[in-house]
Write a protein that binds this ligand. Structure first.
Ligand code: SAM
Length: 197
């Protein structure tokens, strides 16, 4: 079982990347403007993101040490809309936004850039990476970097990521799982599956 860590995780910088252009903000979700770019984004899934923000907000208020930095990790962030909402609406002090596709880098960075990556207080607010989710979570665990909230929003079943996610979660942390198809982490599809098959 992971032990809790209060400090924000150490992050490695990637020098040489150009500052992204400001986001075009073609979309707005619950008052948060962003550009989905070429990322997978479904406006119909907004209620799932609302619940994620609500659950994270409640968790932030009820966690054992409310004075510690509140750290969120979005393992499959797409455009970064969830990561952005964790910063803007759930009171996250730091968000790690990851998507396997590095083609999404300018979109994600552009969307998060409304928050200074490193504000004057020196506490980094966000980082973007492009790793397989299991590798990212395992690396965080090996570095003893644990998160209050881990969000895994996968295509298909999210079940294969649960073990790695628990490793990188603080004790008593919140693991928020969603998937874009019908198959749930329970391993079966429920009533709808039975009707269709
Ligand atoms: C359902 S979309 C994410 C949508 C986003 N969370 C949202 O709310 O709009 C899933 C994302 O996971 C990324 N992805 C797929 N497999 C991955 C993996 N093994 N590790 C990390 N990212 C992955 C895809 O590139 C895609 O952007």
């Amino acid at each position: 079982m992971a032990s809790a860590s209060a400090a924000a995780p150490a992050v490695s910088f990637q020098p040489g990347r150009r500052a992204p252009p400001p986001p075009r903000c073609t979309h707005s979700e619950r008052g948060v403007s962003f550009d989905p770019g070429a990322a997978f984004y479904r406006s119909d899934s907004a209620p799932g993101r609302d619940l994620a923000v609500l659950a994270a907000t409640l968790h932030r208020r009820r966690r054992p040490d409310p004075s510690a930095p509140f750290l969120c990790l979005d393992a499959m962030c797409g455009s970064g809309v969830r990561a952005l909402r964790y910063l803007a609406q759930a009171g996250a002090d730091f968000v790690w936004a990851n998507d396997a596709s590095d083609a999404l880098h300018p979109v994600i960075v552009g969307n998060l850039s409304r928050f200074e990556p490193v504000p004057p207080d020196g506490q980094r607010r966000w980082v973007v990476s492009h790793l397989d989710a299991t590798r990212l979570l395992a690396e965080r665990y090996l570095r003893r970097e644990y998160f209050d909230v881990i969000d895994v929003d996968s295509f298909g079943s999210e079940a294969e990521y649960i073990r790695a996610a628990f490793l990188a979660l603080k004790i008593g942390g919140l693991l928020y799982l969603t998937s874009t198809d019908w198959r749930s982490a329970r391993g079966y599809g429920g009533k709808w599956w039975r009707i269709r098959n």
